[in-house]
Design a protein around this ligand. Structure first.
Ligand SMILES: NC(=O)c1ccc[n+]([C@@H]2O[C@H](COP(=O)([O-])OP(=O)(O)OC[C@H]3O[C@@H](n4cnc5c(N)ncnc54)[C@H](O)[C@@H]3O)[C@@H](O)[C@H]2O)c1
Length: 325
């Protein structure tokens, strides 16, 4: 992603310039669409919101974090023109907040076509035996309850217009070793994934398309600032340093940049009919896009699909047909 001289910068958000033409997307791909992104003021959701706005959508950012949310609205409007974005401070677990979110979105843009359920408190991630029951309640409140509240506000309008997309940021961290996630987190995620797949059934043949996208390994993380590995786990001194350029994705440093995650989301929304009732992992979206990641010259395709260690997890997403080969 080449930086341009008029690139919008932020001292609050961790962003890079966004230009998704190189990913095969066009500025008018989502023209005329209005999207709500929960948890849209940080990392994955921020990448989704900026990418959808870049592709021509109006975006409503629903997030608890007022500072980051206000800044997200400013950045997106500076990147795409005034009135492209609206921030509404929202606790997605609270019915009154979600009703207020819907009222503000409808007042400003008249409709909502795309609902991206993405909010989560990543600190609710403890093991069963060591966590207070309240943590499980909070995890469910954001994941499952929050998704249901948003669905109930926004999907009826989509059904009336026979036009809409609902998606959920599922997780690969269910119970697949070695990526065992904290039970409190994974239980909430699994419930919401199941809820979303049930919704896909409820609205089938309606013109509203529903799928899960797992944004595995998306973020901006400075690996050079990582603490040294525990004793006995050190790499040999002469171990080769990873060459992230070989992965073929601009900005890749072991993590997928959120702007690229956003590109995958835009692509999936454009292909929502194909994905209805299924869940895919982000690498599959990149492969379907012919995005320069994983670099076909350097990465074994079968390995990058990680099907064998993901199958169990994706069973929560109904492991639909995904993209046509
Ligand atoms: N980062 C990844 O690679 C990855 C992998 C798998 C799944 N996910 C899923 O993607 C989503 C985003 O992950 P992330 O890494 O960007 O997390 P993050 O913590 O950076 O962002 C989460 C956002 O949600 C907001 N939020 C938290 N509680 C909220 C609430 N009650 N109401 C409204 N907003 C709330 C936060 O303020 C924050 O802006 C999560 O649902 C996560 O489970 C992420």
């Amino acid at each position: 992603m080449a930086a341009t001289s008029n690139a919008v910068t932020s001292t609050i958000l961790n962003i890079e310039p966004i230009d998704l033409e190189y990913a095969g997307l066009r500025k008018d791909d989502l023209k005329g669409e209005v999207a709500v992104v929960t948890g849209g003021a940080s990392n994955v959701g921020l990448g989704y919101a900026r990418a959808m706005a870049w592709a021509g959508a109006k975006v409503v950012i629903a997030d608890l974090n007022e500072t980051a949310g206000t800044e997200t609205e400013r950045v997106i409007n500076a990147e795409n023109g005034p009135d492209t974005a609206l921030f509404v401070k929202t606790n997605i677990a609270e019915e009154a907040d979600v009703k207020n979110l819907a009222a503000r979105a409808f007042e400003k843009y008249g409709k909502v076509d795309i609902l991206v359920n993405n909010a989560m408190n990543m600190r609710l991630n403890g093991p069963v035996l060591k966590s207070p029951v309240g943590d499980l309640d909070s995890s469910y409140a954001i994941s499952a309850r929050g998704v249901m509240l948003a669905v109930k506000e926004f999907v009826p309008g989509m059904l009336e217009r026979k036009h809409g997309v609902v998606t959920y940021s599922a997780t690969q961290f269910h119970y697949c070793p070695p990526m065992v996630g904290g039970a409190i987190y994974t239980a909430g995620k699994a419930a919401a994934t199941s809820l979303i797949m049930s919704l896909a059934n409820e609205v089938r043949d309606s013109g509203v398309y529903v799928f899960c996208l797992t944004p595995a390994g998306v973020g901006r993380f400075d690996f050079s600032k990582m603490p040294p590995p525990p004793k006995g786990m050190e790499l040999p001194k002469d171990a080769p340093k990873p060459d992230f350029k070989m992965f073929g994705m601009p900005g890749f440093n072991g993590m997928i940049p959120p702007e690229a995650g956003g590109a995958a989301m835009v692509y999936c929304i454009l292909h929502a009919k194909e994905l209805h009732g299924s869940g895919i992992i982000i690498n599959d979206a990149f492969l379907a896009m012919n995005y320069p990641f994983p670099n076909p010259a350097t990465v074994n395709r079968a390995k990058s699909r990680r099907l064998s260690d993901m199958e169990l997890t994706m069973a929560f997403c109904n492991m639909g047909p995904g993209f046509a080969e």
